[in-house]
Design a protein around this ligand. Structure first.
Ligand SMILES: [Zn+2]
Ligand SMILES: [Zn+2]
Length: 168
């Protein structure tokens, strides 16, 4: 067992703290992204975790918009994003908010300097691929105010349940 992998039994999700997202195939994730670990150790890790059920939680389990954020989930990267104040749409990209604003034909004027109808939010997602299926949800980062400068690296700590705990 390693401390940089966190398993959430309720959602059957295994999160890599190093990369900040959930893993759908541990063997290939280790082979692709953790080449610094030798093959023997990688195989050991894969064997140790092989009994875990992995799935993709339905987006409806994480429909958290700007109005009902959840505490940041330990291990997942925290990203800065934008929320539409009209319909709760969230995105990490200002450009996508602009596209959304146009497509939904929102009547209000979208101005980056003037956050009247949109707000800045902190977002997390379990899976970063495939791009068109990425589902972001709004989170609260404990003591964020001071950490605003480096959100991309932020990792919530309070929610963690180490795999060691659940194996007992
Ligand atoms: Zn990783
Ligand atoms: Zn909208």
């Amino acid at each position: 067992m390693v401390d940089w992998l966190v398993y959430y039994p309720r959602h059957q999700v295994l999160v890599c703290r190093v990369h900040g997202h959930a893993i759908s195939n541990l063997a290939s994730h280790l082979a692709d992204k953790h080449k610094d670990i030798n093959v023997k150790s990688r195989n050991t890790i894969v064997t140790e975790y092989s009994s875990l059920q992995l799935s993709r939680p339905p987006n409806t389990d994480f429909s958290h918009g700007p109005g009902n954020p959840i505490p940041a989930i330990d291990g997942l990267a925290i990203q800065k994003g934008f929320a539409c104040g009209k319909c709760g749409f969230v995105t990490t990209s200002w450009k996508k908010l602009r596209v959304h604003h146009r497509e939904r034909k929102h009547a209000w004027v979208l101005s980056k300097r003037d956050p009247l109808h949109w707000s800045e939010v902190k977002l997390q997602t379990f899976f970063t691929v495939p791009g068109n299926a990425v589902h972001y949800f709004c989170v609260i980062v404990p003591g964020s105010g001071a950490e605003d400068g480096h959100v991309a690296d932020g990792r919530g700590r309070s929610q963690g349940q180490l795999i060691n705990d659940i194996k007992e």
